[in-house]
Design a protein. Structure first.
Length: 319
């Protein structure tokens, strides 16, 4: 039966049900009604509409001890696809790493491409090829070792990416994310815990990603946590960094005082797990012991990185 009316309540209820499927992926009519606080009858009407539009599909029959079996519904896996990609620099090489997933979060494809030298056009070529081959692809997020402001690359550990106009080169809208902020966001998505990440990459400056009250601290122009701009580095004049252990200790101490995190996770090629004791002791020269957070070391952050990129897409999906 054709739905009538385009009132505000209908729009709100449609959005509630759509959000349910984005977050829960599947459910019965009763489960959806309970979660959304929308009546069973209205849910039935919305589900029929969503089925006719290809947003959802019938999943399977659920058999209960009493009463008739009931249908379970789920997002149509091909209603949209999403691509999460990041670029990393390790010593003398760069890598483009990506995974492609369907609307249910199921992996379609993953790949890592090694480049001796990387320019923006390499990333554009890779993404546009994915777009060309996957007609269901709607959402793209790209993580970069870069300072991102208003979806533009201001600075980057990979010099060729500075100022590169990704928004004008990619055939679809793209979300640009700073690497360490994205990792912190992904950690929070998985562990549901406030956290501060500090990275100390080789041949580059440190960076920080902070989650407070389950919110990513980004600042007015997106440069919150860009420790490279601290006066102790004088980066704008020198264009290089002192990555000595004492400078690392100072950065950690400044971060503790600025953000007062409960958990501070350190990563990057310029430090090792064995450095944690020295960093802890060094910070006590600047910060009272009772203000010190838990310090941890994380060598591989890729799972958090992908989770952060996917989370940024999910919160932007529109009905």
């Amino acid at each position: 039966m054709e739905r009538k009316g385009t009132g505000k309540l209908r729009v709100i209820n449609d959005q509630k049900v759509f959000d349910y499927f984005i977050n829960e992926k599947r459910g019965t009519k009763k489960e959806i009604a309970q979660k959304t606080n929308v009546s069973i009858m209205t849910i039935g009407t919305i589900l029929n509409d969503f089925l006719s539009r290809g947003i959802i599909v019938e999943n399977e029959l659920i058999y209960v001890e009493k009463g008739r079996p009931t249908h379970q519904y789920k997002l149509n896996p091909d209603y949209y696809h999403k691509c999460m990609m990041f670029v990393k620099k390790e010593y003398d090489c760069c890598f483009i790493v990506y995974c492609l997933k369907n609307a249910l979060g199921e992996l379609i494809e993953s790949k890592e491409i090694k480049k001796k030298e990387l320019v923006g056009e390499d990333i554009v070529e890779c993404l546009n090829q994915i777009i060309e081959e996957d007609k269901s692809l709607q959402y793209i997020s790209l993580g970069l070792p870069a300072i991102i402001s208003n979806n533009q690359v201001i600075e980057s550990d990979i010099a060729s990416l500075k100022g590169f106009p990704f928004d004008k080169k990619i055939q679809k809208e793209i979300i640009l994310m700073n690497d360490i902020k994205c990792i912190a966001y992904g950690y929070n998505q998985i562990h549901h815990q406030n956290v501060c990440f500090l990275t100390f990459p080789k041949d580059s400056g440190p960076g920080c990603g902070m989650i407070l009250d389950n919110q990513l601290i980004d600042g007015n122009n997106g440069i919150a946590g860009e420790i490279a701009y601290l006066p102790l580095f004088d980066f704008l004049k020198k264009r290089e960094f002192d990555n000595s252990l004492e400078k690392i200790i100072q950065v950690v101490a400044i971060t503790i005082v600025m953000y007062n995190p409960h958990l501070l996770i350190l990563t990057g090629e310029n430090i090792k797990e064995d450095d944690l004791d020295a960093i802890q002791k060094g910070c006590l020269n600047y910060v009272p012991n009772h203000f010190m957070p838990s310090l941890k070391y994380q060598e591989n952050c890729e799972d958090y990185y992908f989770q952060g990129l996917e989370g940024q897409i999910i919160k932007r999906i529109q009905f």
